[in-house]
Design a protein around this ligand. Structure first.
Ligand code: DX5
Ligand code: ZN
Length: 223
């Protein structure tokens, strides 16, 4: 059997009046993670949700909560999200004063640790942390909003990240987030992505489950 591509639908594009229903629908439909976008109005211009909503989501989630922190001062706030029940916490390298310590804190709490890079941050910046993380998230849009266009250079960034992992002898899960749909998914899967975040291409569609499956199938076809 060929390799699988994991799907992490982003509830940023779901109906915020009925988040529980969105989570139940998509996890019953085969989602591997629930991707939760936390934005603080500082690190990114937009403002979304915080620990109380993560805690509420945890009550209905049967798959791991993948919490993507687009916030300043992740060093001090990360504990709130761990306490709220995040199973995987991804922080931005650009937003942490002490990235290594934050990663240790996440893993020390028994969660999986991810590190994310904005499109303008060189992949090489991760060399000295890559052996300490479970996941690397390559942003394929500038974070802050759903529904943006995929930045084509992201394909080569994933390729260079995969090469860096080989050089360092490590194999974190490579995740890509932003503008992922059935057309862009195979591009990043072919260079090394094995976990895809998709918001509008899932929850803004009339049948979110078949939309998610189309993205996964398109990606797996090129493996
Ligand atoms: C963007 C967020 C994404 C967003 C993706 O800042 O991190 O997770 O929800 O949305 P789409 O898939 O619509 O680009
Ligand atoms: Zn995200």
């Amino acid at each position: 059997m060929s390799e699988r591509v994991l799907m992490a639908p982003s509830i940023l594009s779901a109906d915020f009046m009925d988040l529980g229903a969105a989570v139940r629908l998509i996890q019953d439909g085969g989602a591997d993670f629930i991707h939760v976008d936390v934005m603080d109005g500082h690190f990114v211009p937009n403002l979304t949700i915080g620990p109380p909503v993560v805690k509420a989501l945890k009550r209905v989630a049967t798959v791991p909560l993948d919490v993507h922190l687009m916030i300043d001062n992740a060093d001090s706030a990360v504990g709130w999200y761990l306490d709220a029940g995040a199973d995987l916490v991804t922080v931005h390298a650009e937003a942490c004063d002490h990235l290594h310590r934050v990663v240790q804190t996440i893993r020390g709490a028994g969660a999986r640790a991810g590190v994310s890079l904005n499109p303008g941050t060189p992949v090489e910046a991760l060399r000295d942390i890559i052996g300490e993380v479970d996941l690397v998230l390559i942003m394929s849009v500038n974070p802050g909003f759903g529904g943006q266009s995929f930045i084509p250079r992201s394909v080569d960034r994933v390729r260079r990240l995969a090469a860096l992992c080989v050089e360092e002898g490590v194999a974190p899960l490579i995740q890509v987030d932003g503008g992922i749909d059935p057309t862009t998914a195979p591009l990043v899967a072919s260079t090394g992505a094995r976990c895809l975040v998709a918001g509008s291409a899932v929850f803004c569609q009339s049948d979110p489950i078949s939309a998610m499956n189309s993205i996964r199938e398109a990606a797996e076809r090129v493996l």
